[in-house]
Design a binder for this molecule. Structure first.
Ligand SMILES: *Cc1c(COP(=O)(O)O)cnc(C)c1O
Length: 411
């Protein structure tokens, strides 16, 4: 059968992501991969979760094995609101301000459905989180990319772009500013307090929504917590996305959307047509987990583990990368990623061919550019390989960079 004629425009436009293709190589024996973007499975609290799972299936079967409401588990909402109040001082939150999703990815997809038409504009960071890119691309919206600096997006350029859009009468088409506030995926950077204030000021000036996607905020290894956009801005200005994927287990598939009651109602309506409800089972497991354990204490060993791996990677960069003229990297204060930028002229996608030979893997920056442009950067995750493999992998990668640089006459 010729399926091609049956596909919608959207169906025809769907393509396999670059990351999916590249990660195939990571499973070759002896390969060292910094490509993966997933947590270390050894950090999952499997004993605690399996005990709670058995208990809730036996005792709360009528709830956990049944359809539930689209909004999600009220017990989890209670726990989550308590946690956010305790950790971040959020106040005046109640169940009307929260909806649970099937991972934050679903929230991003719903954002696309609720806010974006074909002629809509979304302000995004460059590099751009791939999951958000694929969700927003489904709506064929237009992106205005704002380059990331070491302390968040270039706010002067943001201001300039908004001013230009205003001059063209296009501000009504701009639906939101999408930001990852802490330990950016892929760029590793955190938005400074000053830039948070400035972005909020611009959002207020042009009456724009801020979409704050914060999966990593609790995974801080060093430095001081910076208040979220959600806390700093007037209520209603920010829609906050949270997820249990990076702090508990991605297999639970639980994300949360927080915002004004009116907007949450809209999310509920959009979610109904998508999957009726998220799993009551995994939401109740998470609720009982939060009730029984102190999440902050529970993730302390995970943070320690990631920090030690990050430190090993930074030390290896000092040893093997600093001899490469013009190379730069981010020393992240949390999360799973660092971002390495080679001198101008390098193309990390083309360089991947040499990396394949030397059995060391990363994600070329091109995968994260909003416009598929050649990039001298790469995303490297430190959370999965052992200390020894991190050192060996960085050494191999320095050889890859030198070999590629020489072949192109760049070094
Ligand atoms: C991992 C991640 C998510 C969400 O993942 P889910 O598993 O769908 O909750 C969202 N945004 C960013 C930036 C991420 O890195």
């Amino acid at each position: 059968m010729n399926y091609k004629e049956k596909y919608s425009r959207l169906g025809k436009s769907l393509r396999s992501s670059l990351i999916r293709e590249l990660l195939k190589y990571a499973s070759i024996p002896n390969a060292i991969s910094f490509g993966g973007g997933v947590p270390d499975p050894e950090t999952f609290p499997r004993r605690e979760l399996s005990q709670i799972a058995a208990e809730v299936i036996e005792k709360e079967y009528a709830y956990v094995l049944q359809y539930s409401t689209t909004e999600g588990d009220p017990e989890l909402a209670k726990q989550m609101i308590n946690l956010l109040e305790r950790l971040y001082g959020f106040d005046n939150l109640n169940e009307d301000n929260i909806m649970f999703t099937t991972g934050s990815q679903q929230a991003l997809e719903l954002v696309g459905k609720i806010f974006l038409d074909e002629d809509s504009i979304a302000i995004v960071e460059d590099p751009f989180y791939l999951g958000a890119a694929s969700a927003f691309r489904m709506r064929n919206a237009k992106f205005i990319p704002i380059p990331l600096e070491d302390d968040g997006m270039n706010v002067d350029l943001l201001e300039k772009r908004l001013h230009e859009l205003d001059n063209k009468g296009l501000i009504p088409k701009v639906k939101f500013i999408y930001v990852i506030p802490n330990f950016h995926n892929p760029a590793g950077v955190t938005v400074s307090f000053e830039k948070r204030k400035k972005i909020i000021e611009l959002a207020e000036k042009y009456d724009l929504l801020i979409l704050e996607d914060d999966p990593y905020g609790l995974l801080r290894f060093e430095g001081e917590h910076i208040p979220s956009f959600f806390k700093l801005a007037e209520r209603g200005r920010v829609v906050l996305l949270n997820t249990f994927s990076k702090i508990l287990a991605p297999g639970l598939r639980i994300g949360a959307v927080l915002g004004d009651k009116e907007i949450i109602r809209k999310f509920v309506l959009a979610k109904q047509g998508t999957d009726l409800c998220s799993s009551a089972l995994t939401q109740r497991i998470a609720a009982r987990y939060l009730e029984r354990y102190d999440l902050v204490q529970q993730i302390a060993p995970t943070i320690k583990l990631y920090k030690s791996k990050k430190d090993v990677m930074m030390k290896a960069f000092d040893e093997y990368f600093s001899k490469i003229n013009g190379i730069k990297w981010i020393n992240p204060h949390g999360g799973l990623f660092t971002w390495v930028t080679l001198p101008e002229g390098f193309d990390t996608m083309e360089m991947f061919e040499i990396a394949k030979k030397k059995l060391v893997f990363y994600i070329p920056g091109q995968a994260f550019t909003p416009d598929d442009r050649v990039s001298p950067s790469m995303r490297m995750s430190f959370c999965l390989p052992s200390h020894e493999k991190i050192i060996e992998g960085v050494k191999r990668l320095s050889e890859v960079i030198v070999e590629y640089g020489k072949s192109k006459g760049l070094i």
